[in-house]
Design a protein around this ligand. Structure first.
Ligand SMILES: [Zn+2]
Length: 438
């Protein structure tokens, strides 16, 4: 028996369920003097390279000097719909906007953040069309393309620290272009000459920043690169070069390679639903779960991943990780009772006390010890004539596997009730001996 440590303290975003999702701001501060870099991801909801990269920044980087502020999910409502902008293009709302615009609040707030006296430089992350090249080569490689480019609005800003935009972009790209996954992925500097030549870009986030004397760049990986881990690799690589340029010192908990990033991206994070602390490991969760107890009141949830959202759709809940659907829950609604904190279990013959909401591993069997006033329902197990399933030794073979909540079909919900009120659950994962010895 082993309890899984969840490390929830690392990064905990809390959401009260509502129709509108709000972005998160994760401030990574070293406590030591230095520049502050603001990263903004997800202004366009269908450009996942632009939001999964800052999610990994938020989760796995530590800042040793200077500061890194990360907004991984600016246009969160559009991210979970995998749409460029459900209320129109958010990156065309920075010059002027009607107060009745549905993006008004978010754009107004993020403008304030960009102008914060502490912020020295802002990066706005995207996935763009094709591969930017200064000369016309073909339909994917040409001056009109946006992908694999560092975008600047003008050559320089004479009065700003880090105002030598063209120079910085060129240097960063030269460094990013070492060890490309494929040679055609090379980065180039695209100057949109926004003031003279680009009416549309005059309404963009970066142009708003530079007209307020705040240096800003857009980083565009290519939509034509289909493997998300490749895009995230290039985004992180470029962001690291900017940090070097700004003398922001960092450490990360992994080696920067496309393979490691792929592995990190496969971890969807942990979802915790209070008040009874239901804890789900999203990476292993089945795509559809029935009989999931939910409170009739407002849904509140926490996740270790800032891109996780729980959305109500008809009579189901969708769990999203960015634009990826992780699972659907078919709820059973209950009033919740928070009086139960822990229960006694016998795991493989050994007595333990288990906290409500925890995930417990067992090899061969488990049994719930009786608790006065509470009823136990083991989902996927049934015995004729038994309504309170305490004191019964249950083994993997006793279960109907389709009721398991994980893809391996080895994890089952043990739910606790007081009268008709739900008091929480414990999840039991059966692990065979060989696997757990690994
Ligand atoms: Zn974009």
């Amino acid at each position: 028996m082993k309890k899984i440590s969840l490390g929830l303290c690392l990064l905990l975003s809390t959401y009260a369920f509502s129709a509108n999702l709000h972005y998160s701001l994760i401030k990574k501060e070293s406590g030591k003097e230095g520049s502050t870099l603001l990263i903004i991801g997800g202004i366009h909801g269908d450009e996942p390279g632009g939001y999964f990269a800052p999610m990994l920044l938020a989760k796995h980087y530590k800042i040793e000097s200077g500061n890194l502020w990360v907004v991984p999910n600016l246009n969160f409502d559009s991210i979970v719909k995998n749409a460029r902008g459900i209320n129109g293009d958010m990156n065309r709302k920075f010059a002027k906007m009607e107060p009745k615009d549905k993006d008004f609040e978010i754009v107004t707030e993020i403008k304030k953040l960009i102008l914060h006296p502490k912020v020295d430089l802002t990066l706005n992350l995207h996935d763009g069309q094709g591969f930017y090249r200064t000369r016309q080569i073909n339909k994917d490689f040409n001056p009109k393309a946006w992908g694999q480019a560092t975008i600047i609005d003008q050559q320089n800003m004479p009065n700003a620290k880090y105002g030598n935009l063209a120079e910085i972009a060129k240097k960063v790209n030269q460094e990013t272009n070492v060890d490309l996954i494929e040679d055609v992925h090379e980065f180039n500097v695209k100057n949109t000459n926004t003031k003279e030549q680009d009416k549309a870009m005059q309404q963009s986030l970066t142009y708003f920043a530079i007209t307020n004397n705040k240096p800003a760049f857009a980083i565009e990986t290519s939509k034509n690169i289909t493997d998300l881990s490749h895009k995230v690799f290039y985004q992180l690589k470029t962001i690291e070069k900017f940090m070097n340029e700004m003398n922001i010192k960092y450490t990360r908990s992994f080696e920067l390679s496309q393979e490691t990033i792929k592995k990190l991206l496969s971890d969807d994070g942990i979802l915790e639903i209070p008040p009874t602390k239901i804890t789900l490991d999203l990476a292993t969760l089945k795509p559809y779960i029935k009989f999931f107890p939910m409170s009739k009141g407002t849904l509140v949830y926490n996740s270790t991943n800032p891109l996780v959202a729980v959305l109500k759709e008809k009579d189901e809940y969708k769990i999203m990780n960015g634009n990826i659907l992780v699972s659907k829950l078919k709820p059973d609604f209950f009033e919740f009772d928070e009086s139960l904190n822990s229960v006694g279990l016998i795991i493989d013959g050994k007595k333990i006390s288990a906290k409500i909401g925890s995930l417990i591993r067992a090899k061969n069997s488990f049994q719930v010890e009786s608790i006065n006033g509470y009823r136990v329902n083991i989902i996927g197990y049934s015995k004729n004539g038994v309504t309170n399933e305490v004191g019964i030794k249950v083994e993997p073979k006793d279960f109907i596997q389709s009721y398991a909540i994980d893809k391996d079909e080895t994890t089952y919900m043990v739910q606790f009730y007081k009268d008709k009120k739900f008091c929480g659950m414990i999840n039991i994962k059966f692990e065979d001996e060989k696997k757990s010895k690994k």
